[in-house]
Design a protein around this ligand. Structure first.
Ligand code: FES
Ligand code: FES
Length: 195
């Protein structure tokens, strides 16, 4: 990448020649946007690729991913930060993207369910959900898997049922009795252990 700011570089790729480097903090930028002072260009690395778009200041991260980047594996189930269907990783940590402004994540590294697979090979947690039938309709599954991977980061590879059920508190499934989801997470956590 040339020796200019990431946002300037991204803006030039998009043909915004008048774009000037924005040195405002995320909060200042959000305030400017709220006052209608400009439409910000948001740039972030999503699933390993730099992605940029001019967005309205009120654009949520989940809208940026789904509507601008067409990564529709991240779902919206409630819009009120309760169900976890919109869970993605930002800088390696799981967050609910339905209640986060996209402008606040300018420059971040984001991973969605589409970015887990290694070529044809599923991520071990995806494979575990497949093998343990950890889903019915599948609507909650991307969020479950993103949360489960973060659970392993926080709690380790030896997860008991009590820990899994407690840690899954922020992810709701309307179809299953959670039994197979717990089995899948336990198995996926073990499979993620470095060899
Ligand atoms: S859509 Fe984000 S928590 Fe439900
Ligand atoms: S599998 Fe249908 S909502 Fe969870």
């Amino acid at each position: 990448m040339p020796l200019i700011g990431r946002r300037s570089w991204a803006a030039r790729q998009l043909g915004f020649s008048e774009f000037r480097e924005d040195t405002a903090s995320p909060l200042e930028r959000a305030a400017n946007v709220a006052q209608g002072m400009h439409m910000p260009i948001v740039s972030m690395t999503v699933n390993g690729a730099l992605r940029s778009a001019e967005v309205e200041g009120r654009t949520l991260l989940v809208q940026f991913l789904r509507d601008y980047l067409h990564l529709t594996g991240t779902h919206v189930g409630c819009d009120t930060s309760q169900c976890g269907a919109c869970t993605v990783h930002v800088d390696g940590v799981a967050i609910k993207s339905c209640t986060a402004l996209a402008v606040a994540f300018d420059g971040a590294v984001v991973t969605t369910i589409e970015g887990l697979q290694d070529g044809e090979r599923l991520h071990p947690m995806q494979q575990a959900f497949h093998e343990n039938h950890g889903l019915q309709c599948g609507f909650c599954t991307p969020g479950m898997i993103m949360s489960a991977i973060d659970m392993v980061r926080r709690c380790g590879h030896d997860l008991d049922e009590h820990t899994i059920r407690r840690q899954l508190d922020g992810n709701l499934c309307r179809c299953t009795g959670y039994h197979n989801i717990v089995l899948a997470i336990r198995s996926g956590a073990a499979a993620m252990r470095p060899r």
